[in-house]
Design a protein. Sequence first.
Length: 441
Amino acid sequence: MKTILLIDDDEICRKPAAEALRRAKWEVIEAVDGDQGVELAIKHRPDVILCDLLMPRSNGYHVCRTVREREDIKDTRIIVISGRDFPSDRQSAAEAGADDFLVKPVEFGQLLEALQGTTSMRGEVNQPVMPSAAPSLKTPSDQTTVVKFWGVRGSIPTPGQTTVFFGGNTSCVEVRADGEIIVLDAGSGIRPLGESLAAEFRGQPIEVTILITHTHWDHIQGFPFLLPAYDAHNRLHILGYEGARDGLAATLAGQMESPYFPIALKQMPGNIVIEELKEMTFNVGKVRVEACFSNHPGVCVGYKLHTSSGTIVYLPDNESFNKNTDKAHGGALPRNLEKNIAEFIRDSDVLILDSQYTAEEYKTHVGWGHGCVDDVVQIALSNGVKRLYLFHHDPAHDDRYVSTMLMHAREIAQKADGTMRVDAAREGEQLVLGPRVVNGM
């Protein structure tokens, strides 16, 4: 009897598959996350591993790489499954060591064919760099929560006269809450943020936590230009989840290698600690933080900050399901993912959400991993959001175009007779939340 190891945190998918495989005379071992899956793989040495890509703790890419690095199990056949079908996910899975890629919901006949397959889609296996952990960082306490936008653009910086009002820097948002300075993403907007921090603290030690949603360039490209990282008195704690191809530290270091940048990451004199997260809930000082996988190529998350002044949800890259399109987002139907995201944003005081496309533009961008403004407003309304910020503005959209999208979004909200306030994120805008947030600020 052949042995198969099923690794999937979604019991609704895992249990039926396990029962069907047992009826087909397979010995089935079940794991609920990547860490447990790796342990069971080492212990039982299964013939096949069937592994989901997006899981808490160790994701599917990490499982693939770990298996391929061990002599005792490196030849195990690995089939990854996902509720999405982005081409880059398939490529990354192959490079991590997967032999096949199946899209949920998987028909049993399709699964049996994959189990009997002899072909391999593998590419080179990249070695992750595992950084050490660091304690939570502290900053001077404050009685309020302040949210400030430093970068609101997606894909690539767009400086110029036509983007002066909303701004042209890529993703970066600063949150001051409960004595912490928390920075959401390190796009090009983090450069002016760093200059502002240096001027504010005037040589005094700066302690900052940076939360990275994913390692696409527009979310990390500003980090090499972060001024506080070049002062040994400062402490920077960078948190994020392992990427599809490389570890977080390796990716951040890679963009600073010669010939791309004159100073290597390890040469930065600041006290920098990079930590790859496995749990989906953690704390930054007194601020409880939740993470949620989004519908975007690769390993990409959003963050929810639970502050004493309310909840702030930052989901800069996400494609929402639209019942009016013939093709499901990402090439698959991420129903479970949609449910998770809905629960994640529910009743949030502030929601910063990917709203890159108009409804007309979205027709030619289905599966790209970004949001349609009509869908975004409806999702926010349906889940009791108090204040919505349209985010990740398209590089082709000038100030006039973004303003038109904002007016359209407000019309949708007004027709719903809701109290939700809608704005378009703008560089330099600062939002102050008092000790208690009531009626959408």
